[in-house]
Every structure is written in C-alpha cells, then in structure tokens.
Design a protein around this ligand. Structure first.
Ligand SMILES: [Zn+2]
Length: 329
C-alpha cells in the first residue's frame, strides 16, 4: 500500500469495486487513476443482500486500512457481471451470481453510502482500467476480450466505453459462428464461447484421450479424464505435445476467425486479450495477429495489434474507480 501522505496528496479519491463470481475486489483510486490500497474478499452469493453486504464490508475495510473516511470519497464505481443499464444503474440476471431479476444496485448502494454510485458491466470496467493504466494506454479505439470459462468483450470508441442501446454491447461469446455447432448455455448453437472458451479446449482434449491418442495431458491429469483442464493443454503445448499443439492450432484458427470479423466490423487499433486463457498469450498471440492481419478485407492497410491484458484483477477496480471519477467531470 502507498504511504498515507502520498495517498492524501493525490485526491480527490474514488472507490473502485469489482464484483466477480468468486471474489469481490475493492480499491481506492486517486486522481492520477492509480490504485492506492486494495482488498479482496470472497463474494457471498447467497442473495442480493449478501453481495451488497460483501461490497459494503470490503469498502469499509479498504477505507480503514487507508486511514480514510467515506467523506473523502467523491464517488464509487461498481463493475459486476450481467447486463447493466448504466443510466439506471440496474443489473439484470448475472448468471454467476444467480440473481433472478433486475436489481437497482445504484439506488441500493447510494442509500447506504450516500455518495454518487456508477454501475457497469465488469468486462467494460476492466477494459476501462486497461485504457487508463494497462495495455490500452494512449489508445482510444480498441476491443478488450476476455477468454476464460466464458468469452466476453468490451468496446472503447473515441476513448469512451460503448454500452449499446440497452447495456448489452459486448456479448461476443454468444455470437454464433456455426449454426450446426454444439449447443450453448444460452440456448443457441455454435456460439463463440462454446468453441474457443476454456471448457471447449478441455472437451477437445478429453475426446482425443478417450479415442486413445497418446498425450502428456493424460499424465498431467494422473490418468483421470475428469481432471483434464484447459491450462494442462496449454502447458503440454509448451513441452511440444502433439495433441496439445493441434488443439491450440484449432483455437488460433477459430479465434482468428472471430477477431477478423471484429476487425472488419470495427477497425480497432488494438485488441487486448485477457481472462484465464489470455494468460497463455505467449503460445498464440503472434500467429493470431498474423492470421487476423492476413485475412481482413484490406490486409495491406491492416496494422491492428493484438496484445495481452496487463492488469489482471486490478483492471476492474481501476476502471470502476475511473468511471466514478468521470461522474465528477
Ligand atoms: Zn451462447
């Protein structure tokens, strides 16, 4: 944590909150959009009240540790999974939190904290954090994509987050690219998520092992098919395992197709890859960038760069804190 005097000299301050399916992370964000003190607690998913209580407790823990009073905070930004209407501050059905209806989170938290609250989707707040302190610094037109157990995206246009007409922009994972493909949790078929996310990588490895293909992945999983993970596939590829390399090549082809579509549609300067699989970018970033540049409509003009996200969980905290600073502009 930064020394108190340094922290105090960089006000005004906001609080950034990142509510994840497993953890709620909270930090103080100063006027230079730097993180000054943070804390993480498990997200209590039992009910809306439990999630709200977790946010409140963690905010006060961070304030206490930073020797700050709530009165020195000018706003609080919240990043949360699900469809968020940023104008109303309502959150609709974040599956990972098991909420069944539209929750007026901004209204609930403003009553508790009595400071301005802004709520946005967690992928968008993470993208905003990367814009201010991570891989997107200096870039006003980019797409941020998380690839992990799911796939989602956030779009920054002219320096601002693009939310869509009803807060639903960025549901890249549920864009279908194969109507005969496998069924997805959303009810559609051939969704991007069901083709390139971690579980899809895992399924390909399990299927091949079942068919008797020799691979180190099997040894890594102690000959237990249930223990096979996407991380093992990426790890095995680093050691030259043929099956793993083959699966990664398929991943690159499919992800390249998706990113090429994005580049043709939005012409971003940059695509930032984050999320669990995003951490294995050393294995696929360069071939992915080559494929995308080659396959877009005007390859000779194409300079899009594909880069890894830099901030991890801090991206969501910083981005939410910056959104809260934006309210004061
Ligand atoms: Zn889907």
């Amino acid at each position: 944590m930064k020394p108190l005097l340094e922290l105090k000299s960089n006000g005004p301050f906001t609080i950034g909150v990142d509510v994840g399916g497993t953890k709620t992370a909270v930090g103080v964000v100063n006027s230079q959009m730097n993180l000054a003190g943070k804390r993480e607690n498990p997200t209590k998913k039992a009910s809306v009240d439990a999630v709200v209580e977790g946010i409140v407790d963690t905010v006060y823990e961070v304030l206490n540790e930073s020797n700050m009073a709530l009165s020195s905070v000018v706003g609080i930004g919240i990043g949360i999974p699900g469809r968020v209407d940023i104008k109303e501050g309502t959150v609709l059905s974040p599956v990972s939190l098991k909420w069944q209806s539209r929750i007026p989170l901004k209204c609930i938290l403003e009553k508790i904290f009595n400071v301005p609250i802004v709520v946005d989707n967690d992928v968008r707040t993470a993208a905003y954090g990367e814009k201010y302190r991570g891989a997107g610094v200096g870039c006003d037109n980019f797409v941020y994509i998380t690839i992990g157990t799911g796939v989602a995206a956030a779009i920054v246009i002219n320096g601002k987050l693009y939310c869509g007409a009803s807060g639903g922009a960025g549901e890249l994972g549920h864009t279908s690219i194969d109507r005969h493909g496998s069924s997805c949790s959303c009810g559609n078929r051939g969704c991007v998520e069901s083709i390139i996310a971690g579980p899809a990588v895992e399924v390909k490895a399990k299927r091949a092992i079942k068919e008797g293909i020799k691979t180190r992945i099997n040894t890594m999983a102690l000959d237990d098919l249930q223990k096979v993970t996407a991380e093992m596939v990426f790890e095995a590829a680093r050691t030259g395992d043929h099956l793993a390399i083959n699966i990664i090549e398929q991943f690159i082809r499919n992800t390249g197709l998706v990113l090429t579509n994005i580049v043709n549609f939005l012409d971003p300067e940059l695509i930032i890859i984050g999320g669990g699989i995003g951490q294995a970018t050393d294995l696929f970033l360069k071939p992915l960038e080559d494929m995308v540049r080659t396959n877009t409509l005007f390859p000779v003009l194409q300079k899009v760069m594909i880069v890894p996200a830099l901030l991890g969980v801090d991206a969501g905290i910083i981005g939410a804190g910056v959104l809260a600073h934006d309210m004061g502009i």
